[in-house]
Design a protein around this ligand. Structure first.
Ligand code: ADP
Ligand code: MG
Length: 724
């Protein structure tokens, strides 16, 4: 039994060893170590990946805003995702590690328990062997004492059963331990599977990382390529700029060379300039002395020259005055020879208003060799007239003015001048006197001429030009620049000079063509015009433009006053012809009366009668000054060339011939010498304002107030009543 027990014990010990080796605590550890090593390896891989990634990031940090960056960002996003996944895998791995750790702990516990039970078994064995020895001793002693042996045997038997029981227990525990080992093996298997899975995931992750790496490499390549392109562009631009710079440089060099040559040529010039400058400097130093000497000489010479010039001037002035007197005398002689009353004829062109047919046929012809002859076909007979000059329809306003301008300038010399436009309505009187805005007539041209003449003589003479515009309508004199409704009177000057004046007649001083235009415009708006059957636009009043030119000769103190009367007479047609009635008839009668009074006055003057009936009409009374002996008169007889007007044309031309034959007395100038008191008159007063003879013509009545236009014009001149 003891042998058996020993054997059993041996077996059990062997079993325990086997179990121990089988349990394989070391295998598990190996597994764990393998897993840990694997994990470490993975970690290292990860780290190297991250380092590579970082490097790539650094390499690409320059690449800004290109598609690779976007791609890179995408890749980084993906990488982050993968890293997250890796992190998850790591977590799972660490979980597995933990589990392995727990299991290892449990295994260690089991081992410990196994060791304990082995120690217990050894103890038990020890105890049993001790008891066996004891038993053997006891058996030996019992052999000597058989009774006792028996008892001992029995005890051994009893104890042997106990040992058996203990063995059973140990076996069952062994069983239990084996089951646990089995379980551990299964857990290990599971862990291995999980590890495999993890490895698989890690492999996948590695593959993806490889993919990303290749993509990154591709992006990097593209980036490098673009950088290369940019580098090429830059190099090209630099080369071009360099080439340009070289060309410019060449030009600059050339310029520089030119400047250098200039400089070389300038240097000698500069040297001579410096020399000149030095000599000039010396001269300047000496200049004040020289200047003083020269000035003294010059002063003496100038004084002498001035003396000479003064004496020459005095001589010249004397001669000039003598020449002036001579010129006037010659002019007057010429006028006297030509006649004081000059008669011109002007034939207007045939107009649309004349109509068509035989009535509108031309009935006036001219002598090609004599510009003073005019032929009129009247009732089948040719009647010829001789005037001083005849203007054909082709004559321009300038042609006409050319012939009358001598008369107008004589008004500056102090003569009274009168220009009449005579003829039937529609014959061109207004056209000749006023003209059209584009082609002005005698009125405006006369004033323009006066302005230019006055300006030309401005160094020796001071002049003022004033104008009045009036009309005689139904034997009433009306002021067209004042209040046309009011009838004006013509009165004798109360100073006993025998001169006439019109109290209250507005007189404007004019200085420019603008002023004249304003005056004409204003006067025109007040003119009385009516319609008759003879001509659509017929003037039934005499229109007068009275221009007074007052002058002062600075050198002699001679004062002159000349008057220019420009008269657009009313239509000369006979009343019966015009088909007028009532008030129109009265108008026509007044016109005829005043025109025949004009004829009578001229006749009386021609016949040198003692009594000239100036007072028979307002017109002749007003123009007394300009018609009497010391004046010059021009009658412009206007005729219509058409057949239907021949009888009126005949009347007009007969009147013209009659007037032409009148001889006025010798022409004289309305001039007087006043003493020259002081130079102040020249500087402070206008020449006319200082004139005593004009003051004596002042109106006894205060000047009337007129409209706004009149006040406006007053600023440019003085307002005076007109002496007539
Ligand atoms: P009156 O004043 O004698 O009644 P107008 O001067 O009004 O006559 O002339 C009558 C028409 O004939 C006007 O239309 C005028 O323009 C025109 N006329 C007169 N004379 C000429 C001329 N020499 N050249 C062109 N047209 C003229
Ligand atoms: Mg007219």
């Amino acid at each position: 039994m003891v042998e058996n027990l020993k054997e059993k014990l041996l077996d059990q010990a062997q079993e325990v060893n086997r179990l121990r080796s089988e349990l394989g605590g070391t295998d598990l550890e190996k597994h764990r170590n393998l897993l840990v090593a694997e994990n470490e390896h993975l970690k290292q891989d990860m780290k190297s990946c991250e380092a590579q990634l970082q490097k790539l990031k650094k390499q690409h940090v320059k690449c800004i805003d290109c598609e690779h960056i976007q791609e890179n960002a995408r890749l980084q996003e993906r990488l982050a995702q993968l890293q997250l996944e890796v992190e998850e895998a790591k977590g799972r791995l660490s979980e597995l590690d933990l589990e392995v750790q727990q299991k290892t702990n449990r295994l260690a516990e089991v081992e410990l328990r196994l060791k304990d039970s082995l120690a217990e078994k050894a103890e038990e064995e020890e105890r049993l062997s001790r008891r066996l020895r004891d038993s053997q001793e006891t058996i030996a002693s019992l052999k000597a004492q058989p009774q006792q042996i028996k008892y001992i045997i029995k005890t051994v038997e009893v104890e042997s059963s106990k040992t058996k029981q203990a063995l059973c227990e140990t076996q069952s525990r062994n069983q239990h331990l084996q089951e646990q080992v089995e379980m551990q093996r299964q857990v290990l298997k599971e862990m291995e599977q999980q590890l495999q899975k993890s490895q698989k995931i890690a492999a996948q992750l590695r593959a993806q990382i490889m993919l990303y790496e290749s993509e990154l490499e591709q992006a990097h390549g593209q980036m490098l390529e673009e950088m290369q392109n940019m580098e090429d562009d830059k190099n090209r631009a630099i080369e071009e700029a360099f080439a340009r710079a070289q060309v410019e440089m060449k030009a600059v060099h050339e310029n520089l060379a030119g400047v250098r040559t200039n400089l070389l040529t300038l240097q000698p010039a500069l040297r001579t300039l410096t020399n000149d400058y030095n000599s000039l400097k010396r001269q300047v130093r000496d200049f004040p002395l020289l200047l003083q000497e020269a000035l003294q000489d010059a002063r003496a010479e100038i004084g002498q020259a001035i003396e000479e010039v003064n004496s020459t001037n005095r001589e010249l002035l004397k001669k000039y005055r003598r020449e002036l007197q001579l010129r006037k005398k010659c002019h007057n002689e010429l006028v006297r020879l030509k006649g004081n009353i000059r008669v011109f004829g002007r034939v207007r062109p045939i107009t649309k208003e004349d109509g068509e047919g035989p009535e509108a046929a031309n009935s006036v012809t001219f002598d090609p060799d004599d510009d003073a002859i005019l032929h009129l076909m009247h009732k089948g007979k040719q009647v010829s007239f001789e005037l001083d000059k005849v203007f054909s329809p082709q004559a321009t306003q300038q042609d006409v003015f050319q012939e009358v301008q001598a008369l107008i300038t004589s008004c500056i010399d102090g003569y009274n001048v009168c220009i009449f436009a005579y003829g039937q309505t529609g014959a061109g009187k207004t056209y000749t006197m006023e003209g059209t805005p584009e082609n002005p007539g005698i009125n405006q041209r006369a004033l323009q001429l006066l302005f230019s003449e006055v300006q030309r003589k401005a160094s020796d003479w001071g002049y003022t030009i004033t104008v009045s515009v009036a009309e005689i309508y139904n034997e009433a004199l009306r002021d067209l620049l004042g209040e046309p409704q009011e009838k004006l009177d013509i009165k004798l000057c109360p100073d006993g000079s025998g001169q006439l004046y019109v109290p209250g007649l507005t007189e404007f001083q004019v200085q420019s063509v603008d002023d004249i235009n304003k005056v004409f415009e204003f006067g025109h708006s007040n003119r009385v015009t009516e319609y008759t059957s003879l001509n659509e636009h017929s003037s039934r009043s005499h229109a007068l433009l009275i221009v007074t030119v007052r002058g002062l000769d600075y050198s002699t103190g001679l004062r002159t006053t000349g008057k220019l009367n420009l008269v657009d007479l009313a239509g000369s047609e006979r009343v019966g012809r015009s088909g007028a009635e009532g008030s129109r008839l009265r108008e026509a009668q007044y016109i005829n009366k005043s025109l025949s009074a004009l004829g009578d006055v001229i006749y009386a003057l021609r016949a040198r009668q003692g009594h000239v009936p100036f007072r028979n009409s307002k017109l002749t009374y007003l123009l007394q000054d300009s018609l009497s002996g010391d004046s010059k008169t021009l009658m412009m007889v206007q005729v219509s060339p058409v057949e239907k007007n021949t009888s009126e044309t005949l009347c007009s031309l007969k009147f013209a011939e009659r007037v032409r034959s009148v001889e006025l007395g010798p022409v004289s100038r309305r001039a007087e010498l006043v003493s020259w008191s002081s130079q102040e008159h020249l500087e402070n007063d206008s020449p006319v304002a200082a004139q005593p003879s004009i003051r004596s013509h002042s109106s006894p009545r205060p000047t009337r107030r007129a409209g706004s236009f009149r006040r406006k014009l007053q600023t440019s001149g003085k307002l005076r009543p007109v002496p007539v």
